[in-house]
Design a protein around this ligand. Structure first.
Ligand SMILES: [Zn+2]
Length: 122
């Protein structure tokens, strides 16, 4: 199979793949402290900002405040899942693995994850 990238470029491609996976995981884990901060910020705003009570109740305010963190996670997850195989150039992920798991090989061509030498690539 003809490769989309020269084999010498694979380490750089895998580094980008692993960086995207790490960023997506960090943003997912960060949603927990972000939600705690969200609750603290919501309570503070309801106590100290008089006009906010007219705008939204506690539940609505919680969801409004959590949106930026959720959007960051969704963007990073999309960037991770949109990564293309360095050999075939198609999606590395199957339609079934659409979260933060990492398949061991390309869904399309079978290239093993993190393969960087000729004997690993065949
Ligand atoms: Zn592939």
């Amino acid at each position: 199979m003809e490769s989309r990238l020269p084999i010498s470029e694979y380490p750089k491609a895998w580094k980008e793949y692993n960086r995207r996976w790490f960023a997506a995981w960090i943003s997912f884990i960060a949603l927990i402290p972000y939600a705690i901060f969200d609750v603290i910020a919501m309570k503070w705003m309801l106590k100290h900002v008089s006009w906010i009570k007219d705008l939204a109740g506690p539940k609505a305010l919680f969801w409004i405040l959590i949106i930026p963190g959720a959007v960051v996670f969704m963007i990073l997850l999309h960037k991770f899942l949109a990564w293309h195989c360095p050999r075939c150039g198609f999606d590395f992920f199957s339609t079934k693995s659409r979260f933060l798991g990492r398949p061991n090989s390309c869904f399309t061509c079978g290239l093993r994850r993190n393969a960087v030498s000729a004997d690993e690539i065949e």
